[in-house]
Write a protein that binds this ligand. Structure first.
Ligand SMILES: Cc1cc2nc3c(=O)[nH]c(=O)nc-3n(C[C@H](O)[C@H](O)[C@H](O)COP(=O)(O)OP(=O)(O)OC[C@H]3O[C@@H](n4cnc5c(N)ncnc54)[C@H](O)[C@@H]3O)c2cc1C
Length: 288
């Protein structure tokens, strides 16, 4: 295992604080791989302290108002990437329409950290255990991205993560916002995670979404990237009650897709056991 040294100081870098998205994109275009984007810093500062990265320039996104706007239309909820998690939790329709997202963010670390950490930073780190990811997967979120050279593009979240702490952003791109479609009336969602303490990452995270047309589950910490599993055929078409036999049929579909690892926080076997328990509980809750 690679030894990680945690230094008490940060490496030297230039901190630049643009006040508009245009200015930030120009800076990123100029410095490319020599720069890193700083939002809340709750992941980035640890990487700097461990010298896992040593950028020449940090581009601070926290003073750009357009990256912190929240817009609700008939079609979607659009959340600026640099919106602190604590503010996402106060969006008026979040509990009613996006319960899974609310539950995943309300359980992310502790209250102090939720004031600093941003939703875009949680996606930007691209950890397989990112709490917002499972709920954003089942809610069919899209990631809006900008760069000076290519303009804007939008990608479905389940195409964004490409590996452990890897994503499809190029070195000149910024996540500007996250768009989530308004769910149809009667839709239900939920998120649950197992962890060792309030400041720990998920050992397993599970989100579920269900309405008359679609039922899907998403898992975090169960593979190098979050996973989306559509079980509409097993649930909606057959319309049978979720008894143990029915659950076993669904679990047989899910098991081969999950690829958890053994690590310092939990064994592969324990994660599979937890995933099974949480899946049974969440399906019962959402399908009730
Ligand atoms: C004690 C502790 C407990 C934690 N607990 C949890 C937990 O329970 N669940 C969980 O999911 N996470 C947890 N985390 C991880 C972290 O807090 C979250 O991932 C947080 O959401 C990161 O957001 P940030 O704004 O601080 O990102 P930053 O640290 O500023 O950035 C993170 C990464 O994303 C990139 N980035 C940031 N914004 C953008 C953008 N707009 N466009 C492109 N790239 C961007 C940065 O360059 C960097 O690579 C914890 C961290 C700590 C220190």
């Amino acid at each position: 295992m690679k030894n990680i040294i945690s230094y008490s100081s940060l490496p030297k870098f230039n901190l630049i604080t643009p006040s508009s998205l245009k200015e930030a994109l120009e800076l990123l275009d100029q410095y490319q791989n020599k720069a890193r984007l700083l939002a809340g810093g709750t992941d980035l500062l640890i990487e700097l302290r461990h010298r896992l990265i040593q950028p020449k320039v940090l581009i601070n996104l926290k003073m750009i108002p357009e990256l912190q706007t929240i817009r609700i239309t008939e079609q979607e909820l659009k959340i600026g990437a640099v919106t602190p998690i604590i503010e996402v939790l106060t969006i008026p329709i979040i509990k009613e329409e996006y319960l899974a997202l609310y539950q995943s963010l309300a359980d992310l670390a502790d209250e102090i950290l939720r004031y600093r950490a941003t939703i875009g930073g949680n996606i930007g780190t691209s950890s397989p255990a990112a709490d917002s990811a499972a709920s954003l997967y089942v809610l069919d979120a899209k990631i809006n991205i900008s760069s000076l050279a290519k303009g804007q593009r939008t990608v479905p979240i389940n195409e964004f993560f490409t590996g452990v702490k890897r994503n499809l952003l190029t070195s000149d791109e910024i996540i500007t916002s996250i768009s989530i479609p308004r769910p149809k009336k009667g839709s239900r969602s939920s998120f649950k995670k197992m962890k060792r303490s309030s400041e720990d990452l998920a050992l397993v995270g599970v989100a579920c979404f269900h309405n008359e047309k679609k039922t899907c589950l998403s898992y975090t910490a169960m593979a190098p990237t979050p996973l989306l599993i559509d079980i509409t055929d097993n649930i909606v078409r057959e319309r049978k009650e979720l008894d143990e036999a029915k659950f076993r049929d669904i679990w047989d579909v899910i098991t081969p897709i999950l690829r958890p690892i053994d690590d310092i926080r939990a064994s592969k076997k324990y994660r599979m056991h937890m995933a099974e328990m949480v899946t049974r509980t969440i399906l019962k809750e959402v399908l009730e």
